[in-house]
Design a protein around this ligand. Sequence first.
Ligand SMILES: Cc1ncc(COP(=O)(O)O)c(C=O)c1O
Length: 403
Amino acid sequence: MSIYLDHAATTPLRREVLDAMLPFLTETFGNPSSAHAYGRAARAALDDAHERVAARLGAEAREIVFTSGGTEANNLALKGAAWAGKARGHRIVTSAVEHHAVGHTLRYLEKFGFEIVELPVDRYGRVDPDELEAALSDRTILVSIMLANNEVGTIQPIGPIAERVRARKGILLHVDAVQAAPWIDLDVRDLEADFVSIAAHKFEGPKGVGVLYMRHGTHILAQQHGGSQERHRRAGTENLAGAIGLATAYELNGVERPEAVARIRTARERLAEAVLAVDGTELTGHPFDRLPGLLSIIAQDTDGNAVAVALDLEGIAASVGSACATGSTEVSHVLSAMGYPEDEARGSLRLSLGRTTSDEDIDVAVEVVPRVLASLRRGSAAVARDPFGQGDGGRHSTTSVPA
Ligand SMILES: Cc1ncc(COP(=O)(O)O)c(C=O)c1O
């Protein structure tokens, strides 16, 4: 049986979530914009999904925009706010460790004359709120800082950051909470953000559906044109089953989170202890202010891709930096920003646990991962002949890492 330690890439869809979605893929299939009974039933369910997500986020139903995922939520917030704010200014402040769904969107906006200020981070991947404050000018319209990093799990000091932004009238704050949402209780009243992005597939919901929370009264220019869905903010017939799936998964996550966080943190620590006992390994990201399920390391003199392949052959699905970086020859922009030289950054490995990770999974991982790392580090002829020590008697089957 294979062991899935790549929950930061995506999580399995929960059975209860699928069950909640199925009626909206079958009998209640109406278009929420239709006036007849089918449409009204779909509309009622969609309205309910808005209410349920809003309740979880401490928001109002009208502040919830369903999107096709975290990427679209980020694009809508950034492009929407940039174009709506262009008359007031053109500066947008962000960090050097954002997900590409933010970083590449801002690079696109740069081509249209927006000035993008990318704040450096410290060795742990954290933004300094004072440096952020210094980067705010009268021409600044938007700040985008993630709550937790997808590669190293570091949690940003979002309270002090929001405070600095709020002190300057007219600057909007976007928080990419896609990676944080499964683990951190999000309340938009505490976050004091104007935009918050989340995605269902990170908390056992379906892929291809996300939410952009938009504070009421915040103005954006829609990025997709057509019908008047989502209060004119996102045209297109709604993914009703997806919205129901997101709402259901997020509610279940909220109920179970305290127990899951404590259990998974303990499991992660057990794994960290075993992995970091291997010579030449180092934890990346913040030692404490980090997501409970995420263990990211650098193993010197290894190639993270080779380690991930070797683990895959032993039945453990892990990833190098982030799923998006897998297979690419570029080293992680996150590790580079944190000051790791290219040769060290190449040895990065991310193991991410989820609610469904069992103690038995970790029992196997604490044996296999250090052994694979140690053998690849040695890089001897003997290792080449017998790459993984074959000490497990074939206990671990071989499966490929899901895309
Ligand atoms: C921090 C962060 N932002 C945005 C995204 C993109 O979300 P999606 O895969 O739903 O488009 C991800 C996905 O890995 C992420 O980790």
